[in-house]
Design a protein around this ligand. Structure first.
Ligand SMILES: Nc1nc2c(ncn2[C@@H]2O[C@H](COP(=O)(O)OP(=O)(O)OP(=O)(O)O)[C@@H](O)[C@H]2O)c(=O)[nH]1
Ligand SMILES: [Mg+2]
Length: 316
C-alpha cells in the first residue's frame, strides 16, 4: 500500500532533469529565425512546466492523506515524524506546482507578443530564474518528504480490513511453529518500527474467508517495563488492529520461562490491549497435563482442529 510513493527528487535534481529535457529541444527550419526561436523557447518552457508539475502533483497525489489512514497507520506514522510538517510540506509542493503553471502561462503569453530575438531570450532567462527560485524555495520540504517516504515504507503492510489473529507469548513457546501450521506457507516478514524486531504476516482461509495471522517475535513476548518509550508506543499501535490475540502458554518448562512469568505477560497484554484473547497450551505432546481448554501440539497436530474451530467462531 505504501510502496507506490514515488521517489522524491531534490530541488536541484528536479531543475536539472527538466532543464536537460528542455535543452534537447530544437525546432526544424522556419523561414523566419524569430519564429523558430519563439517556437523553441515556448516548447522549452512548457516542457519544464510539464516535467516539474507532473512530479510535484504526483507527490501530492501519492503520499497518503494522513487523516484518511487507518488508526494503526496513523498512530505509527505519528510516531515517526511531525505530521503537521508533513502536511505543510505537501501543500508547499502543491503550491510550487501551481506557481509554475501560472508562471509558464504568463511567459508563453509574453513570448507570443515578443518581436525580437533579444526580447525572446530575455523572457526565457527570466523564466529560468523565477522557475528555479520557486523550486529552490521548497528544497527543505522535498528533503523532508523524501525522509517521510523512507519511514512510511517501513510501516509493516498489515491489511487493516482483514480479520486478524495476533500470536503472542513468551520466547520459544511455539509461536512461529503455530503460524507455520495454521497458514502452511511462508509468511511475509516486515520490520517493526522502533524495535529491532520483525513481524511475520501469514495468510490463510477459513471457510473461503481470508484471514491474516501475525507472529510477533520480540514484540508481544516480554513485559512493557523492559521497553523504551518509543518501542512501547510502537507496540501499542497494534491495539488499533482489531484482532483476536492467541496467547500461547508453554507449561513444559521447555521454553525456559516459568508459568508465572507467562501469566504475568498474559495479564499485561490483556490489560493493555483489551482485545479478545484465546489462551492455548502448547507442546502438549511433551506432557500428559492439560492446563488449558485448548491444548495443541505442532508436532502431532493434536488440538489444531479445535483451535481452528475456536478461531472461526470469531469470524462469524
Ligand atoms: N515437542 C514440541 N516442540 C515444539 C512444539 N512447538 C514448538 N516446538 C519447539 O519449540 C521451539 C520453539 O518453537 P518456535 O515456534 O520457534 O517458538 P517461538 O515462540 O516462535 O520462539 P521465538 O520466535 O524465539 O519467540 C522449537 O525448537 C520448536 O521445534 C510442539 O508442539 N511440540
Ligand atoms: Mg518465532
Amino acid at each position: 500500500m505504501f510502496s507506490r510513493i514515488p521517489t522524491v527528487l531534490r530541488s536541484q535534481e528536479l531543475i536539472d532533469r527538466s532543464f536537460l529535457k528542455a535543452s534537447r529541444i530544437t525546432e526544424p527550419y522556419y523561414p523566419k529565425i524569430e519564429t523558430k526561436i519563439r517556437k523553441e523557447i515556448t516548447d522549452r518552457v512548457s516542457t519544464i512546466e510539464g516535467i516539474t508539475c507532473a512530479h510535484l502533483f504526483k507527490l501530492v497525489k501519492k503520499f497518503p492523506t494522513i487523516e484518511k489512514l487507518h488508526p494503526f497507520y496513523y498512530h505509527m506514522i505519528d510516531l515517526m515524524f511531525d505530521v503537521d510538517q508533513y502536511k505543510v510540506s505537501l501543500s508547499k509542493a502543491q503550491w510550487a506546482g501551481e506557481r509554475i503553471t501560472d508562471l509558464s502561462t504568463d511567459v508563453i503569453r509574453r513570448l507570443k507578443k515578443a518581436k525580437t530575438i533579444e526580447l525572446l531570450n530575455k523572457i526565457m532567462k527570466e523564466f529560468y530564474g523565477r522557475y528555479s527560485s520557486i523550486i529552490m524555495s521548497i528544497d527543505k520540504d522535498l528533503i523532508f518528504l523524501s525522509r517521510c517516504r523512507d519511514w512510511i515504507r517501513k510501516v509493516p503492510d498489515i491489511d487493516t480490513g482483514m480479520p486478524t489473529f495476533i500470536i503472542a507469548g513468551m520466547p520459544n513457546v511455539g509461536k512461529s511453529s503455530l503460524l507455520a501450521k495454521l497458514t502452511g506457507n511462508t509468511p511475509t516478514i516486515a520490520p517493526y518500527p522502533f524495535t529491532t524486531q520483525t513481524i511475520s504476516i501469514g495468510l490463510t482461509e477459513f471457510d473461503g474467508k481470508r484471514v491474516q495471522i501475525i507472529d510477533t517475535p520480540g514484540i508481544l513476548d516480554r513485559p512493557m517495563k523492559e521497553r523504551n518509550e518509543m518501542e512501547m508506543k510502537s507496540i501499542l499501535s497494534l491495539r488499533h488492529i482489531k484482532g483476536v490475540i492467541i496467547f500461547l502458554m508453554d507449561p513444559t518448562g521447555h521454553s525456559s520461562y516459568s508459568v508465572e512469568q507467562q501469566e504475568n505477560l498474559y495479564t499485561e497484554i490483556s490489560t493493555e490491549f483489551s482485545a479478545t484473547m484465546i489462551r492455548i497450551q502448547t507442546k502438549c505432546d511433551m506432557t500428559p497435563d492439560r492446563t488449558e481448554r485448548i491444548a495443541i501440539s505442532t508436532e502431532t497436530g493434536e488440538g489444531l482442529d479445535l483451535l481452528r474451530e475456536e478461531m472461526q467462531k470469531f469470524l462469524k
